[in-house]
Design a protein around this ligand. Sequence first.
Ligand SMILES: *[C@@H]1O[C@H](CO)[C@@H](O)[C@H](O)[C@H]1NC(C)=O
Ligand SMILES: *[C@@H]1O[C@H](CO)[C@@H](O)[C@H](O)[C@H]1NC(C)=O
Length: 412
Amino acid sequence: MWPKQKRLALWFLLLASAAALAATFTATARADGINKSAVGELFWATAKQEDDLLRKAAADESAIAGNDEGKKNDNNDGDHDLEFDGGFSSLDSMLQWAIGHSDPMKMKETAQDVQRLSPNELKKRQLEIKELMEKLRTPSDAKLMQIAIDDLKNSSLPLEDRHRALLELLILVEPIDNANDLGKLGGLAVVVQELDNPDSEIRATAAWVLGKASQNNPAVQNQILGLGTLAKLVKMVRSSSLEEATKALYAVSALIRSNTGGQELFYAETGSLMLQDIMSNPSIDVRLRRKSASLVADLAGYQLEITNKAEHPFFSNHFFLKSVVDLTASTDLDLQEKALMAIKNLLQLQTPEALVFKDICGLDEALERMRKQLEQLMVGEDQTDYARDLESLRKEVEWIFLRKLEKAQSST
Ligand SMILES: *[C@@H]1O[C@H](CO)[C@@H](O)[C@H](O)[C@H]1NC(C)=O
Ligand SMILES: *[C@@H]1O[C@H](CO)[C@@H](O)[C@H](O)[C@H]1NC(C)=O
């Protein structure tokens, strides 16, 4: 073991190095606009507390180095950028770096400086260093999620930090393993709780996180559904805040996609009526209408896959079917495309009748109107490829429709 004084001196030097490291990391990350990784970004998002400590350290350091720029200028040997780049993977590597870059003269001065500190000040400094090192180590995603979850559990956390914690989770839950961990860490319940937050932006972000976490993940879907979340989300879709409504609908779609139990809950919560209301109201934002049409396409598509299950009566409701077909009259091509995909799947179901599509929904006229519109777009300069793709989808729908009509006529 080193003598106590020397050890303290090294600690002190490490604090200075850590400050320089952090400063450089920020500078490079900002200058070259690189998002080093979710971790790097989160590191800075959570760095608020460190700021004071770092500023203090930088001041101490300047005093030692005898210049205002701090330690950074002393390391102009050209290779430190590389070492700075990824941060340090362990305390050891940081120690190595600190030793490798230390100037014996300065170390001596530092040691003298440290000697002037009172035992209390030294103790405090040690604690600060420990805390800083803990934070500078590249934490695992699980650790980062735990931090965000703990933040959300803190009832006195300011709104802004609460929002930040949710945004961190949003990035972290993207990999499927992390999404699975979120439940294990107790994070799902905490995020679900935020759906009751009085702040609409917080509610929207919480819904976004839940949607992201449950995407293509039946286990997480079921955990979230088990928390009784769907009813709340369906209600949120009717929010007057577009952001909240959009994120809630995103979450609903992700939660029930290819999930039989989830879809049963959705119908029980009159989710189908909600979709119909959105689709049949042209004054509702087009993003919500597109998402609704997509969800209809999805639900009908899933019903086509699980042939052993009776089709939901919703699929043969005339008002509902008409609201889907009417979307094709929109000026928004994206919405038209999503409507066509929904119609294509609906036509292939058993219960919706061909004659309903023809006589009540006016599908033949709708398809003809689209054909003319797309024909014009295909000779134009813009959107030619998109119009061509859309036309081939339209043709496919028309073909399926005509076959369904023929089948209906031959069976009567
Ligand atoms: C980095 O991330 C931020 C926020 O997530 C974003 O605004 C920015 O465009 C990203 N920069 C790059 C280069 O991807
Ligand atoms: C809760 O948040 C407040 C405000 O940010 C903070 O002062 C306090 O230390 C936090 N409590 C816990 C237990 O983390």
